[in-house]
Every structure is written in structure tokens, then in C-alpha cells.
Design a protein around this ligand. Structure first.
Ligand code: CDP
Ligand code: MG
Length: 734
């Protein structure tokens, strides 16, 4: 079916231009590819213009009364058809036969614990059932997710199933990105964002139902939410609370929520053969890639899912696999490699959901995001190296690091389960049966017991919850960790000596940032450099994906990077330079390419910056700027980060000042060859050693000036200052 209007060359060209853009999310539905321009909100007026008349055309001519709204030009008709098919698909999910019983149970009970196998349809279906049953007429239906990626991708999926535009009736909210509107009735959000919503709406008055999903993940935010939502059910008898989880913790959740009934959704599960290695693997990355290739050449069709600990490993594995299959050409079947991790751009994330073509095999390289939060159909083989990246925290030293740790038995079982969703499968564990039985913990330790609580304590204090020791924790954090957080907030000036929130603390709590970053933002006012600090905060919040270092152009990339470090200004100021120069070019993409800067990360930094600026206005901080006052900027940074101070040792390593620990400057830092005498660092990362990442040089007397209650003169006395340290050191004489 075609019409002249549909063929309108001007519109078609415009639509095709959009389709080429990265902002498009691609979905494979049946055999049709749908492209959604959801990610690019800035251009939404434009694409509405492009598609409006085609939509009308489809609705009038192809599917009368259909709810289809957005699609690419060529596949529009097919797209409309397949959306209908999608409604049929919804009925095949394991949860569907339980729809009525589930809704009845929700009517009957205020709090319900829901347990169901991953992939049974909890996250995507329950909010829609509630909407269909009329709950959305009373208030919003909220659903929390521990992960950003899951919140976005699930919202996109549900919008698609309901035939609405993402951000309208169905939306999501993640830190620094609010894709919702006044019309939003189903809202997916990260658990951290719901926590922040408590600050503006402590009784969640705009919600009729709240679903705390993936509860088994036991993230810090989810654990705090438990206490807060439990409290709400006491004074809002009409709100419904659902706690849903994939695994075996249902009993524990039920106990915590005063014996709330458990609703079990029986999963469809096919047997999974578990294979162990005979001896421990020395190099699991190597072992995993070899196993992928072995499966690919010896096993019947079916996709492969491999669990890695992070982006670096996934990229390395992708590289190895591509290298080893190069040149094999038609000797082996096509292998489609799909990475998935939190920082992956959303259009590339969508690739993992695309149907695998006949004769090819999909290999998904994932972090533990694919353990329970995302379900990928068609997986028949799982490779589990047995590790994940986990946060760990020492209240004694106050240091937090990400450590590669063996997974728990529960996590290993979840991983194996991913192979048996659509047919019988196999799970290759790259560890021995003995080590599974004897070395792995039964369950993962909840995050609340292995993380810094500064953020959460500040949040709870601003909600007026003062007695933290008696907060209703499902599993309480170590008392030492709580004390440490209180002490840190006191040192930052957010709490007074009675443990009450100060005016500064109240302002800090407005920012969705770590208290140290918030502090540095709020005090930038005093140093008259809020414009510079807000840029630095935004750049730091993007993470370590600003500089791009392609394998074949490392020297060029490193040179480009060092240009920003001219004068050894330090990493924070180099990031500031990157942003300001980009801004001077009017945010040019070409400039990013030339300087080996990732344009995507820069755009994200710009978005974050805009939002932080808005928040600064809210706490009544005027924009101030003095780019040449490097000392002022560094002092503002130090005001937040005086905890993170280290001093150079004779052997070229560093010692942290309080709670002495040996650390080094990360090789990627502009100061890694300079070795200043005193430094402030942004974070520690543990790889082969404890590295400080993002470092600036400071003068030790600033510490006493800025944090007199934390540093005394004797802490910063610098007997060896006149001796030059080893190497090309440049000592500060003070
Ligand atoms: O929450 P639960 O694990 O019970 O299931 P779900 O996430 O609601 O997934 C139900 C179905 O939707 C699965 O078959 C997924 O493959 C599909 N789905 C999808 O195709 N794309 C998404 N972004 C999310 C789910
Ligand atoms: Mg789910």
C-alpha cells in the first residue's frame, strides 16, 4: 500500500536522515525493524513533524484506529502490523494466565511479594495490568529498577507494547535524565531516583501503586526504599505496594513486610546441563573466548551469553573473538557479537534484542546486568567465568573500591538459568565443581554492608530521619560504617556536632551527587568559580569515557590528550579545558574527532551540566567565573575532597594522610610523571595496585585552612620539603 503523501520525497529524505542518526533506537519485531527516535528528545518536534502525516495515513488506511505512532518511513506499514502481533505475544508470557488472580490478590492485600523466574513478564506486564485495571486513574504506577539500562530498555519496550511514544504515557527517570511528562502514568525509574523523589514528595502522593522490582538485587537504594515504603503503607492505606523478585528471598521479604503474602508465578524452565572445568582456569578471559569458539563450531544452533565483570573485559573479549574469526570467512557460520554494559549507547543496547538471522549465532558479552534485569530470548549456552565486579568498603580507612570477586552460588544459579528459558540449554562454568561447593558464598552480601553510606545518611537526614541506628533496615549496615558516614558529613560541614543537618548540608542534599562533589559545588560560590566547578563536576560524573584511545592510534591519542595537560595543571583542570574548548567550537563533533574525545560522553557532560546549573539556581548560588584563578578552583575541589589527600614518599609512591595507605597515581593521569608532593584525588581504583584517578596538586597548608576540624598543623608538617623527591619531581616548597 502506498500513497503519494507517504512517498513525499522531502519527508522521506528527512526521515532517512534521522534514521541515520545515532539517536535512533532500533527494534526487531518479528521480521520488521522499527526505529524509534526516543533518545533524541531535543529533536522531538522535528520528528513528530516528519511522521505525523504518515501516522495518519497508517491509521486511516492500514490499521483503522491503531495506536501506532512512531516508525521509520519504509517499514511503517509492517511496523503497524507487528505491533498488533505484539499484543498476541504478551499473552504467551508465563505471567499471563495469572493476570486475574494477581489483580485479585492486589485488590485484597496492600502489600504483596511477587516471585517469578526471570523473563516471566513481571517488569513489563504487571504495570500494564495495573493500568488496564484502572489504577492509573487514581495515580501513577511506579516501578523501580536497580539499573539505569534496565529502566530505559524496559520503559521503551512497554511504550512499544502500548503503542505510545516513550516519555508520554510510559516514561523513565534515571539520574540526570528525566524522560517523563505530565501525561506519564507508568513510570520506570532507578531505585536511586525514587529515593530522591522522597525529598519532594515524602508520601509518594502522586502514586497509586509502587512496585519495587528486582528486590533480590538488594542494592543500597532498594534496601533504604524498603524502610521508607513500609512506613508509607502505614499512613496511606490506599497505596499498593508490590515487592517483586526473581529468586528465593521471597520469604525474607514477606517477613520484613509484616508477613505480606507471597504470589508465585511458576516459570517455564527447561533443563540446563551444568559443566565444570576439571582444573581452575588461570585466565578466564582466554578460557571464555576459547569456549565461545568451541561452542560455535561444535554445538547445534542457539545463542551464547557470556558473563564478564565490566566494559574493559567485554571490549577485550570482543577484540579477541573478532581477531580469531577473521579470515575464517565461510568456513564457519556467522557470529554476531553483541556487547552489553551500563555505559553502552542505547542504540547499541537494542541490538541484543534483535532476532538472530538464520544460520548465524549471536554471542552476547554482558556484565551481570544480564543475570536478572534483562532477558534475552534465544540463549541456549551460558558461559560463566564465576566473577563479578563488586564494591567493597573499609570503614576503617574510609576507602571504597571496586574489586573483582567470585560470584555467590545464588548468582551462579541465576546465570545458569538464563540458558534454559526457551529450550534445554548448557551452562559452562569456568571453575571446578569443588570450588562451587566449597569456595563460593551462598548469597551475595547486600550492598548496604559493603559501601560508603555518606550519601544515604545525608538523604535520610534531610528526610528528617535522625535516628539512623534504629532505622528499620532489612539487614543493618555495620555500625562502624554508619559512624564513619556521620563523621564524614560532620567534617564536610553538612551536620553539626549534634548530628543535625546544617544549612550547608541542606543545600548539599539538593544534588544527586556524592556528598564530596556536592560540597565542592556549594562552596564554589565562596571561591567565585561556580561555572568552572559545575563543569568539572559534570565531567567527573561522566566517568572515564571522555578520552578515546583507539588501538591503532594510541600515540596520536596520547599526544592529543597531553595537550590538555599543558602546564601540568592537573586532571580536573584538564577536563575543564576539554569542555571549555569544545564549547568554544560551538560543541563541534569534528573537534571531538580531531582531539580523540568521545562526543557522546561530552554531550552527556553537557546535559549533566545543564541540570546541575538548574540545581545551583535552586540553592541560590549565582554563576561566578574566574578561569585564571586556578588556586581558587583547586581550593574549591579540596573543600570537598580533603579526605582524599596523599603525600609523595621517597620511593615515588604516595601515602594517604589520615589512615595511611600506599597508593599511586594512575598512569592515565596527566600528573603520573610529574609526581607533585601533595595531591588531592577524586577516586581510588584497585587494579594491579591502588591507583588514584583524577589528581590535582595542592599546597598542604590549604588543608588546615579549609578543614581545620580535620587537619591540624602537625598533619601537614612537611619536614622533607626541601629535598627533591626521586624522578622528575617538582616539589612544592612551603
Ligand atoms: O521481569 P521479568 O524478568 O519477569 O520479565 P520481563 O522483563 O517483563 O520480560 C518479559 C519478556 O519481554 C521477555 O520475553 C523479554 O524478552 C521481553 N523483553 C524484550 O523483548 N525487550 C525488553 N527491553 C524487555 C523485555
Ligand atoms: Mg524484571
Amino acid at each position: 500500500v502506498a500513497s503519494d503523501r507517504y512517498r513525499d520525497p522531502e519527508h522521506e529524505e528527512k526521515a532517512n536522515n534521522f534514521a541515520e542518526q545515532d539517536a535512533w533506537e532500533k527494534y526487531q519485531i518479528g521480521k520488521a525493524t522499527l526505529k524509534f527516535g526516543a533518545a533524541d528528545k531535543k529533536n522531538s518536534d522535528d520528528y513528530e513533524y516528519v511522521f505525523e502525516d504518515q501516522i495518519e495515513f497508517i491509521q486511516a488506511n492500514i490499521m483503522p484506529g491503531s495506536k501506532v505512532r512512531y516508525f521509520s518511513t519504509h517499514k511503517a506499514a509492517v511496523g503497524a502490523m507487528f505491533l498488533d502481533e505484539m499484543q498476541e505475544d504478551r499473552k504467551t508470557l508465563p505471567i499471563f494466565p495469572y493476570r486475574e488472580r494477581l489483580l485479585d490478590a492486589i485488590t485484597e492485600h496492600q502489600v504483596l511479594v511477587i516471585e517469578g523466574e526471570t523473563g516471566s513478564g513481571k517488569t513489563t506486564q504487571i504495570p500494564q495490568y495495573l493500568h488496564e485495571a484502572g489504577y492509573s486513574k487514581v495515580g501513577k504506577i511506579g516501578c523501580t529498577q536497580p539499573r539505569r539500562v534496565a529502566a530505559m530498555s524496559v520503559a521503551a519496550r512497554v511504550a512499544q507494547e502500548m503503542g505510545v511514544k516513550l516519555g508520554h504515557e510510559v516514561g523513565y527517570s534515571i539520574r540526570f535524565e528525566d524522560c517523563t511528562s505530565d501525561t506519564t502514568i507508568i513510570k520506570y525509574m532507578t531505585d536511586g531516583m525514587l529515593l530522591r523523589e522522597f525529598l519532594s514528595e515524602p508520601d509518594l502522593a502522586s502514586y497509586s501503586v509502587m512496585m519495587v522490582d528486582e528486590a533480590h538485587e538488594r542494592t543500597l537504594s532498594t534496601d533504604i526504599l524498603f524502610g521508607l515504603v513500609k512506613d508509607i503503607t502505614r499512613f496511606r492505606p490506599e497505596i499498593k505496594l508490590l515487592i517483586s523478585s526473581a529468586t528465593l528471598d521471597a520469604g525474607k521479604f514477606s517477613d520484613y513486610f509484616d508477613g505480606a503474602p507471597i504470589f508465585r508465578i511458576p516459570g517455564r524452565r527447561f533443563p540446563v546441563d551444568i559443566l565444570y572445568t576439571k582444573a581452575p582456569e588461570a585466565d578466564y578471559l582466554e578460557a571464555a573466548t576459547v569456549t565461545v569458539l568451541q561452542i560455535h563450531v561444535t554445538q547445534p544452533p542457539g545463542d551464547i551469553l557470556v558473563f564478564f565483570t565490566g566494559q574493559e573485559e567485554i571490549e577485550a573479549a570482543e577484540e579477541i573473538l573478532k581477531h580469531r574469526t577473521r579470515g575464517l570467512g565461510s568456513k564457519i557460520a556467522e557470529m554476531i557479537i553483541c556487547p552489553i554494559y551500563a555505559n553502552l549507547p542505547s542504540d547499541m543496547q537494542a541490538k541484543i534484542f534483535e532476532e538472530t538471522p538464520e544460520g548465524a549465532r549471536k554471542v552476547v558479552l554482558a556484565t551481570n546486568i544480564a543475570e536478572t534485569s534483562l532477558t534475552i530470548d534465544g540463549i541456549k549456552y551460558v558461559i560463566d567465568p564465576g566473577f563479578c565486579k563488586q564494591k567493597s568498603y573499609s570503614p576503617r580507612t574510609g576507602m571504597e573500591s571496586l574489586i573483582i570477586t567470585p560470584v555467590s552460588k545464588a548468582a551462579a544459579q541465576q546465570r545458569a538459568g538464563r540458558a534454559g528459558r526457551t529450550s534445554a540449554g548448557k551452562c559452562f562454568r569456568l571453575y571446578t565443581a569443588w570450588s562451587f561447593q566449597n569456595e563460593m558464598d551462598d548469597n551475595t552480601v547486600p550492598e548496604i554492608q559493603r559501601t560508603n553510606l555518606g550519601n544515604v545518611v545525608l538523604m535520610l537526614k534531610s528526610l528528617g530521619i535522625n535516628d539512623l541506628i534504629n532505622f528499620d533496615f532489612m539487614d543493618p549496615p555495620p555500625a562502624e560504617t554508619l559512624l564513619r558516614a556521620l563523621e564524614q558529613l560532620y567534617a564536610l560541614g553538612a551536620l553539626n556536632d549534634r548530628g543535625e543537618l546544617t544549612k550547608l548540608g541542606r543545600r548539599m542534599a539538593e544534588f544527586p551527587l556524592d556528598p564530596m562533589l556536592s560540597k565542592m559545588l556549594v562552596v564554589s560560590d565562596k571561591y567565585l568559580c561556580s561555572e568552572e566547578i559545575v563543569t568539572i563536576c559534570a565531567m567527573l560524573s561522566v566517568g572515564n569515557s571522555i578520552f578515546y584511545r583507539p588501538k591503532d592510534k594510541q600515540v596520536h591519542a596520547d599526544n592529543a590528550r597531553m595537550n590538555f595537560h599543558a602546564g601540568n595543571v592537573g586532571d580536573h583542570l584538564a577536563l575543564l579545558k576539554v569542555y571549555d574548548q569544545w564549547k568554544e567550537t560551538n560543541f563541534s563533533t569534528q573537534w571531538c574527532y580531531e582531539n580523540y574525545i568521545q562526543v557522546r560522553s561530552m554531550k552527556r557532560a553537557r546535559d549533566i551540566r545543564d541540570q546541575l546549573e538548574g540545581l545551583l539556581e535552586r540553592v541560590e548560588i549565582e554563576p561566578t567565573s574566574n578561569p585564571s584563578d586556578l588556586e581558587g578552583i583547586k581550593k574549591a575541589i579540596t573543600s570537598g575532597y580533603f579526605y582524599h589527600t596523599a603525600k609523595l614518599q621517597k620511593n615515588g609512591s604516595y601515602r594517604t594522610i589520615k589512615n595511611p595507605q600506599t597508593v599511586s597515581i594512575h598512569p592515565s593521569s596527566g600528573l603520573s610523571q610529574v609526581l607533585p608532593r601533595w595531591v588531592v584525588y577524586h577516586e581510588l581504583v584497585l587494579t594491579t595496585k591502588e591507583y588514584m584517578r583524577q589528581v590535582i596538586e595542592i599546597k598542604p597548608d590549604w588543608l588546615v585552612e579549609i578543614a581545620p576540624h580535620y587537619y591540624k598543623l602537625k598533619d601537614v608538617e612537611d619536614a622533607g620539603a626541601h629535598k627533591m623527591p626521586k624522578g622528575k619531581g617538582k616539589a612544592t616548597i612551603d
